[in-house]
Design a protein around this ligand. Structure first.
Ligand SMILES: [Zn+2]
Length: 326
C-alpha cells in the first residue's frame, strides 16, 4: 500500500515592481510561513523564475515538505488569468508577453494560476476581508496607479480579454491632463499619487493664502494629509478636488454595476475622511437614484500584503490539481 501525502497547503505569491512576496497558506487561510525578495534584482525573467521556484521549494521543505503543496496562485500587475501571461507590463522590468504560469508550472511540477493584481485583491477581500459574504462589490486600489476588481454574481469578473476593471484609465476630465497611458483626462492622472501632487502644485501656484505645503521639499499624498490634519485649507482643497473626481467616476461605475459596496484600498485611501467625505458627497449626487444611499463605501480591513497573498492562495485552491509525476 502506498502512503498518500495530503496536499493541504498552497503557495500564494504577489509580484510587484519592488518586491515579490510569497507564503505557504493552509486550507483555513492561515499563513504558515512567508518570505520575500527584491523583484528589481532580476532584469532577466528566466533568472527570476529560477530564484522564485528555488525559494518556494526551500520554504515548503522547511514547512512540511514540498509534496504537501497542492498548487500555486500568483498576483501580478498586467497579468491575464485567461492566458497565464504577464502582458506588456509598464510597471515591471520584463517586456512583452511573459508566460509566467507555464514557466513556474514547468519548474515546480504543480498547477500554477496567475491573476491580475486588482482581480486578486477582489478575491482576497471576498474570501478573507471586508467583502466576506458579498456577491457583488467593487474594490478600487488607489496608489501610483488606480486599479479595480469587480466581483459580480459571486465571482471575479474578468471580461472577454481578462482586463475588466481598468477604471484608472477611464476619462474623467474631457481634454484633461495627459496620463501615463498616453490618453488625456484619465482618473489616474488626477487621483493617482502623481496626480494628487500635481493638483497640490497647481493650487499652490495660484494660492493667495500661505500653506504648510510650501514648506515641504517633496510633496506626497501622505504629507498633504498631514497638512490637512493641521487644518491647512489648501491641503484640504487638494483632497476635496481629488474626492470630487473620484466620487463622480465611482457613481458611473456603481450605476452600471449596482454593487453592494465599493471598497477603497491602497496608500491614498489612508487620507481617510479628507478624501472619503467629498468622494461620498459627489458619489451620492451622481449615482442612479434607485441605488442612492444603498452602496456602502468601505475601507479595506486587510493590509495589502495579506490580501494579495491570501487572494493568490484562494486562486490556487480554485484550480485543478496537476502533477508532472502522475
Ligand atoms: Zn490613462
Amino acid at each position: 500500500m502506498t502512503e498518500v501525502v495530503v496536499k493541504n497547503k498552497v503557495i500564494g505569491a504577489d509580484i510587484s515592481l519592488e518586491r515579490t512576496s510569497y507564503a505557504i497558506v493552509d486550507v483555513r487561510g492561515n499563513i504558515i510561513a512567508r518570505d520575500e525578495f527584491n523583484t528589481q534584482d532580476y532584469d532577466n525573467v528566466n533568472e527570476y523564475v529560477s530564484t522564485l521556484s528555488e525559494r518556494v521549494v526551500m520554504l515548503a521543505e522547511e514547512n512540511g515538505g514540498f509534496e504537501s503543496i497542492r498548487s500555486m496562485g500568483i498576483s501580478s500587475p498586467s497579468a491575464n488569468h485567461l492566458t497565464g501571461c504577464i502582458e506588456n507590463a509598464p510597471n515591471l522590468h520584463w517586456k512583452g508577453v511573459v508566460p509566467m504560469a507555464a514557466m513556474l508550472r514547468d519548474r515546480l511540477g504543480i498547477a500554477v494560476a496567475l491573476g491580475n493584481d486588482a482581480h486578486i485583491s477582489a478575491l482576497g477581500e471576498h474570501v478573507f476581508g471586508s467583502a466576506h459574504g458579498m456577491n457583488n462589490f467593487i474594490i478600487i486600489s488607489l496608489g501610483h496607479g488606480i486599479g479595480s476588481g469587480i466581483f459580480s454574481n459571486g465571482q471575479v469578473h474578468l471580461g472577454a480579454d481578462g482586463f475588466a476593471g481598468e477604471v484608472g484609465h477611464t476619462c474623467t476630465v474631457l481634454n484633461g491632463r495627459t496620463c501615463g497611458c498616453g490618453k488625456k483626462g484619465c482618473l489616474e492622472a488626477y487621483c493617482g499619487v502623481k496626480g494628487i501632487v500635481q493638483t497640490a502644485q497647481e493650487l499652490m501656484q495660484t494660492a493667495t493664502k500661505p500653506t504648510l505645503m510650501s514648506n515641504i521639499e517633496k510633496l506626497t499624498p501622505k504629507r498633504i494629509y498631514e497638512c490637512c490634519e493641521q487644518g491647512d485649507e489648501l491641503a484640504i482643497e487638494v483632497f476635496r478636488r481629488t474626492g470630487t473626481l473620484l466620487g463622480l467616476t465611482m457613481a458611473g461605475y456603481a450605476s452600471i454595476l449596482n454593487p453592494e459596496a465599493i471598497i477603497l484600498t491602497g496608500g491614498v485611501a489612508r487620507a481617510g475622511h479628507w478624501l472619503l467625505d467629498p468622494t461620498n458627497e459627489e458619489f451620492e449626487k451622481h449615482v442612479f437614484h434607485n441605488i442612492r444611499g444603498r452602496v456602502k463605501l468601505l475601507q479595506s480591513a486587510l493590509d495589502n500584503y495579506e490580501r494579495d497573498v491570501l487572494g493568490a492562495s484562494a486562486l490556487a485552491w480554485g484550480i485543478k490539481e496537476y502533477s508532472l509525476f502522475k
